[in-house]
Design a protein around this ligand. Sequence first.
Ligand SMILES: [Mg+2]
Length: 143
Amino acid sequence: MKKIIYVDMDGVIANFAKAAEEGGWKHRPDKYVDYRELEVMPGATEALHLLNQDFDIFIASTPPWDRPDMWGAKRKWIAEHFPYLKRKLMLTHRKDLLIGDILIDDSRWRGQPDFKGDWLWFGSNQRCLDWPSTLELIYKKHA
Ligand SMILES: [Mg+2]
């Protein structure tokens, strides 16, 4: 059985920071960013295509609670950019409750530190600074 990887959206495969910066939103950009318009993060397309051959990939994202339309926007974004991940989207505010082997996430405020598998804190340090270094780490530790 393939190992299960959960991949966060904003800051990992969807370029939330770029949209926030371009919109000029410094405080609580999650209230304003149009999630439909986010660009794919550099290297994410190639990385997920590769990982999808060796792992069972799911997307795990926390949409803004007060913007329910953005929950659907995330579903559409996945269909547009990662169509092979159809029906593999988890929307949750509790990532510690996900059952799997690896969680790739740039935030630590939704239970990520208590995830029972291996949480890779994307962008936090040299080990998983970006997609190339994260892929190297995953294949070294988990393949
Ligand atoms: Mg994130």
